[in-house]
Design a protein. Structure first.
Length: 139
Protein backbone atom coordinates (compact mmCIF):
# COMPACT_ATOMS: atom_id res chain seq x y z
CA UNK A 1 0.00 0.00 0.00
CA UNK A 2 1.37 3.42 -0.96
CA UNK A 3 2.04 6.21 1.50
CA UNK A 4 -0.80 8.18 -0.01
CA UNK A 5 -3.24 5.28 0.49
CA UNK A 6 -2.12 4.92 4.14
CA UNK A 7 -2.72 8.64 4.62
CA UNK A 8 -6.22 8.34 3.14
CA UNK A 9 -7.00 5.40 5.44
CA UNK A 10 -5.70 7.33 8.46
CA UNK A 11 -7.90 10.34 7.65
CA UNK A 12 -10.96 8.14 7.15
CA UNK A 13 -10.27 6.37 10.46
CA UNK A 14 -10.40 9.83 12.08
CA UNK A 15 -13.81 10.36 10.40
CA UNK A 16 -12.43 12.91 7.93
CA UNK A 17 -12.81 12.94 4.17
CA UNK A 18 -9.53 12.25 2.42
CA UNK A 19 -9.63 15.42 0.32
CA UNK A 20 -6.68 16.16 -1.98
CA UNK A 21 -5.48 19.06 0.18
CA UNK A 22 -5.61 17.00 3.40
CA UNK A 23 -3.70 14.15 1.78
CA UNK A 24 -1.10 16.52 0.29
CA UNK A 25 -0.66 18.35 3.60
CA UNK A 26 -0.24 15.10 5.54
CA UNK A 27 2.31 13.86 2.99
CA UNK A 28 4.20 17.15 3.28
CA UNK A 29 4.48 16.70 7.06
CA UNK A 30 5.51 13.05 6.73
CA UNK A 31 8.11 13.79 4.05
CA UNK A 32 9.62 16.67 6.02
CA UNK A 33 9.90 14.90 9.37
CA UNK A 34 10.00 18.16 11.36
CA UNK A 35 7.65 21.00 12.16
CA UNK A 36 6.87 23.25 9.22
CA UNK A 37 6.40 27.01 9.23
CA UNK A 38 3.18 28.19 7.61
CA UNK A 39 5.19 29.92 4.85
CA UNK A 40 6.70 26.56 3.78
CA UNK A 41 3.28 24.93 3.78
CA UNK A 42 1.96 27.76 1.63
CA UNK A 43 4.91 27.48 -0.82
CA UNK A 44 4.53 23.71 -1.17
CA UNK A 45 0.75 23.85 -1.57
CA UNK A 46 0.59 27.03 -3.64
CA UNK A 47 -2.31 25.76 -5.75
CA UNK A 48 -4.59 26.27 -2.71
CA UNK A 49 -5.65 29.67 -1.39
CA UNK A 50 -4.74 30.96 2.07
CA UNK A 51 -8.23 30.48 3.55
CA UNK A 52 -8.43 26.86 2.37
CA UNK A 53 -5.00 26.13 3.87
CA UNK A 54 -5.94 27.64 7.24
CA UNK A 55 -9.25 25.77 7.34
CA UNK A 56 -7.52 22.51 6.48
CA UNK A 57 -4.82 22.99 9.11
CA UNK A 58 -7.46 23.88 11.72
CA UNK A 59 -9.53 20.80 10.82
CA UNK A 60 -6.44 18.63 11.34
CA UNK A 61 -5.73 20.38 14.67
CA UNK A 62 -9.35 19.91 15.80
CA UNK A 63 -9.11 16.20 15.01
CA UNK A 64 -5.84 15.59 16.88
CA UNK A 65 -3.73 15.06 13.75
CA UNK A 66 -1.62 18.25 13.76
CA UNK A 67 -0.58 20.67 16.51
CA UNK A 68 1.03 24.08 16.71
CA UNK A 69 4.67 23.36 17.43
CA UNK A 70 5.90 26.90 17.91
CA UNK A 71 4.46 30.36 17.83
CA UNK A 72 7.40 32.45 18.95
CA UNK A 73 8.65 35.07 16.57
CA UNK A 74 6.76 36.03 13.47
CA UNK A 75 5.81 32.58 12.20
CA UNK A 76 3.66 29.69 13.41
CA UNK A 77 5.05 26.17 12.99
CA UNK A 78 2.89 23.05 12.71
CA UNK A 79 3.77 19.38 13.25
CA UNK A 80 2.11 15.98 13.17
CA UNK A 81 0.64 14.80 16.45
CA UNK A 82 1.52 11.57 18.19
CA UNK A 83 -0.93 8.66 17.75
CA UNK A 84 -2.35 9.19 21.29
CA UNK A 85 -3.90 12.52 20.29
CA UNK A 86 -7.57 12.71 19.43
CA UNK A 87 -10.24 15.28 18.73
CA UNK A 88 -10.91 15.28 22.49
CA UNK A 89 -7.40 16.00 23.70
CA UNK A 90 -3.87 16.55 22.46
CA UNK A 91 -1.37 14.48 24.49
CA UNK A 92 1.97 16.16 24.06
CA UNK A 93 4.70 15.60 26.55
CA UNK A 94 7.47 16.79 24.35
CA UNK A 95 9.60 19.84 23.91
CA UNK A 96 9.69 22.03 20.83
CA UNK A 97 13.33 22.63 19.98
CA UNK A 98 14.08 25.57 17.68
CA UNK A 99 17.53 25.74 16.13
CA UNK A 100 18.94 29.26 16.30
CA UNK A 101 21.09 28.61 13.22
CA UNK A 102 18.82 26.88 10.67
CA UNK A 103 15.44 27.74 12.30
CA UNK A 104 14.22 24.13 12.13
CA UNK A 105 11.65 23.27 14.80
CA UNK A 106 11.61 19.68 16.06
CA UNK A 107 9.38 17.86 18.51
CA UNK A 108 11.75 16.20 20.98
CA UNK A 109 10.50 13.58 23.42
CA UNK A 110 10.93 14.69 27.03
CA UNK A 111 12.85 12.49 29.44
CA UNK A 112 10.41 13.34 32.21
CA UNK A 113 6.74 14.15 32.63
CA UNK A 114 5.72 17.75 33.19
CA UNK A 115 3.04 18.26 35.80
CA UNK A 116 2.20 21.80 36.77
CA UNK A 117 -0.53 22.74 39.20
CA UNK A 118 -1.43 26.38 39.70
CA UNK A 119 -4.10 26.77 42.41
CA UNK A 120 -7.14 28.63 41.13
CA UNK A 121 -6.29 28.07 37.45
CA UNK A 122 -7.14 25.43 34.89
CA UNK A 123 -4.26 24.53 32.58
CA UNK A 124 -5.47 23.46 29.15
CA UNK A 125 -2.15 23.28 27.38
CA UNK A 126 1.53 23.31 28.28
CA UNK A 127 4.06 24.33 25.67
CA UNK A 128 7.80 24.27 26.22
CA UNK A 129 10.14 25.72 23.62
CA UNK A 130 13.88 25.35 23.90
CA UNK A 131 16.29 27.22 21.64
CA UNK A 132 19.83 26.24 20.71
CA UNK A 133 21.68 24.45 17.92
CA UNK A 134 20.33 21.23 16.43
CA UNK A 135 22.38 18.07 15.79
CA UNK A 136 22.88 18.93 12.11
CA UNK A 137 24.20 22.43 12.81
CA UNK A 138 26.55 21.27 15.58
CA UNK A 139 28.52 19.12 13.13
Amino acid sequence: MSGQEKTKQYLRARKLKATPIRVELMQLFKDNGAALPYSDIQKNLSSYDRVTLYRTINALIDNGIVHKASTSGDEVYYALCSPECSNQCHHHEHIHFKCTKCNEVSCVQAQQSFEINIPGYQIDELSIEVKGMCKKCLV
